[in-house]
Design a protein around this ligand. Structure first.
Ligand code: GTP
Length: 597
């Protein structure tokens, strides 16, 4: 099709507002996939994604659509729906001329949606408001349209009302995409520039790169170079996504497709990088390339020390597919050999941990996540520290800085009080509050990332009965009065349990943590003291009384299968324990600091 008949768009929606359901319906109605070959929700195709019902990685699909007797080619570029992946969202939006803003007509606009709409508007995208779920009895599309107008300032007079589930309004959406979203510019004559919006590692073909041609054309066999990484390759295969990969000879300005070139690691062809020709190079790369910077770190240790080499292999393999994952070896006297790993955020961390266990069959202990502190030493250096146990001694440092984030909470007005209390309690600095509508407010705070890393999001949800949403962005480092809190179990300092806390919170955290550990650590054959210390000063202590544990005592009679079952259960429970000194410490204990009341 000519460039003027191409439309590139993405869908912006809050989690659960129906993005995947709508995407499926668009694919079905355009005959892109037969409904019988459709696995539930085509675009989310990682198992883990489907299970958790969230979109993590981007995908794309090309649809054929006839509008006024002319064939059109509509490229849907999917965006991940979680704050951890906001950079990927920004790149996929940069590859489009328009976006559907899907809002659940029984709910309203959410923080994450807002942030992404602003991103789209900054990128000059044409945004088409779509009110979904109008089949629900509680749907109020008029009210929600009005909210969108008031909050975003987006004209909703021609918003589309639809039900992705019932298939209502889908043709209207396809028509609107053609009518309202502008076609790409025809810049086929210029030197090649293509934007990478996603890539993944395939065991047989190497990295598969998803891109949008912005200028010029790319042909099969072309010698190409990635401008940020400086790596060059021959494009062995290029193609389109319909939505499965289909080879083509050439892709022109405005088109969306994939290429493979025996690339060994996604780090060579990162999201945001620009592809150009090796000989006829573009002068300037496309704007917006950013290295992924991990914000959250934790230790990963195999329960069974023999699994260390397997863990290293698994991390190396995952990294081929995940340019944001960082790791380096870490040894601790308590935990043995493992790795210190860096992640974009907590969800990213959980995903990696789960994949390591599921796909590589490892049993791991994860230590509590930490942010990266900047420590200014007395001789004028600044060192970065992402491992609380390695914080330089008080005598060696002059100050500590910690990362701060700006958070925006959107909430129905009834929960403003409890949410402000939460933010205040997490050392939040109140910035602004405004009413978006009569019943919904936006509250802005600045607070330390470390205070958000734990259960902040869970708290937000539980204090607002699930109605509040949030969005955050990193705003820089600030000096804070921080100290290290050590935990001693049975007299031994357990490094992975050390945390960095604000000095005013040390006593409270120390007390709560020792109590929590007392609950979580199983009683041993001997008495075990649990202490929290600042320097050499004990600020809280508890003790576990001794017990002789005999699981079979519960078992009356001589039923052997029942006995076996109990023993097996006990053995499974042990799998996630780490022997520290003479004490077995379970996984939950390492995360206890995140779950303090
Ligand atoms: P993420 O993938 O997590 O971003 O969610 P999503 O926005 O893709 O939402 P999804 O399509 O998975 O839909 C969420 C839930 O809403 C599912 O249970 C859908 O069946 C339901 N749903 C989607 N569209 C409609 C609709 O038009 N009407 C009704 N009643 N339910 C819908």
């Amino acid at each position: 099709v000519p460039t003027s008949n191409i439309r590139n768009f993405s869908i912006i929606a809050h989690i659960d507002h129906g993005k995947s359901t709508l995407a499926d319906k668009l694919l079905q109605l355009t005959g892109t996939v037969e409904s019988r070959e459709m696995k539930d929700q085509f675009l989310d195709n990682m198992d883990l994604e489907r299970e958790r019902g969230i979109t993590i990685k981007l995908q794309a699909a090309r649809m054929r659509f006839t509008y006024e007797n002319e064939p059109h080619c509509l490229n849907l570029i999917d965006t991940p729906g979680h704050v951890d992946f906001s950079y990927e969202v920004s790149r996929s939006l940069a590859a489009c001329e328009g976006a559907l803003l899907v809002v659940d007509a029984s709910q309203g606009v959410e923080a994450q949606t807002l942030a992404n709409v602003y991103l789209a508007l900054e990128n000059n995208l044409e945004v088409i408001p779509v009110l979904n779920k109008i089949d629900l009895p509680g749907a109020e599309p008029n009210r929600v349209s009005q909210e969108i107008e008031e909050v975003i300032g987006l004209d909703c007079s021609n918003a589309i009302y639809c039900s992705a589930k019932e298939g209502i309004g889908i043709t209207e959406i396809l028509n609107a995409i053609v009518q309202r979203i502008p076609p790409p510019h025809d810049t086929n004559g210029r030197p090649l520039r293509a934007l990478i919006f996603d890539s993944y590692y395939d065991a047989y073909r190497g990295v598969i790169v998803y891109f949008r041609v912005v200028d010029g054309t790319i042909k099969k066999g072309d010698r190409i170079i990635f401008m940020a990484s400086g790596k060059d390759y021959f494009a062995d295969e290029i193609g389109v996504l319909s939505p499965s990969q289909m080879q083509v000879e050439e892709l022109r300005a405005g088109e969306v497709g994939y290429l493979s070139a025996s690339i060994k690691s996604v780090a060579d062809a990162r999201v945001g990088d620009t592809i150009t020709h090796y000989t006829r190079r573009a002068e300037q790369s496309l704007p917006g390339y950013k290295e992924a910077t991990p914000m959250v770190f934790c230790g990963l240790f195999p329960v069974d020390a023999d699994q260390f080499p397997e863990l290293r292999d698994a991390l190396e393999k995952l990294q081929l597919n995940d340019a944001a994952l960082k790791f380096e070896p870490e040894t601790s006297s308590a935990m043995g050999f493992g790795f210190r790993c860096g992640f974009l955020g907590l969800l990213h961390m959980e995903i990696v941990q789960e994949r390591l266990e599921r796909e590589y069959n490892l049993t791991l202990i994860t230590t509590a996540p930490s942010v990266v502190y900047r420590v200014n030493t007395i001789n004028g250096d600044t060192v970065e520290c992402s491992n609380p146990s390695l914080l330089p001694e008080p005598g060696k440092r002059s100050s500590i800085e910690e990362p701060y984030v700006k958070i925006e909470l959107l909430t129905p007005k009834d929960y403003i009080g409890p949410l402000m209390e939460l933010a205040q309690d997490r050392r939040g600095e109140f910035k602004e509050m405004k009413y978006l509508t009569e019943s919904r407010a936006s509250i802005i705070y600045e607070l330390p990332l470390a205070e958000m890393v734990g259960d902040f999001f869970d708290q937000l949800k539980s204090r607002s009965k699930g109605y509040a949403s949030m969005e955050y962005s990193f705003i820089g480092y600030r000096e804070s009065e921080l100290i290290k809190l050590d935990i001693l179990i049975n007299g031994d300092c357990v490094e992975p349990l050390a945390t960095i806390v604000h000095k005013d919170k040390a006593y409270a955290v120390g007390r709560a943590l020792t109590q929590k550990l007392k609950e979580l650590i199983p009683r041993q054959m001997f008495k075990v003291p649990i202490q929290a210390c600042v320097g050499s000063k004990v600020i809280a202590s508890e003790s576990l009384s001794a017990i002789r544990k005999d699981v079979l005592a519960k078992c009356y009679g001589g039923d052997i299968t029942r006995k076996k079952k109990l023993l097996r259960k006990q053995a499974e429970g042990k799998r996630r324990m780490k022997a520290i000194g003479k004490v077995d410490v379970p996984q939950e204990a390492f995360m206890a600091v995140l779950k303090l009341e």
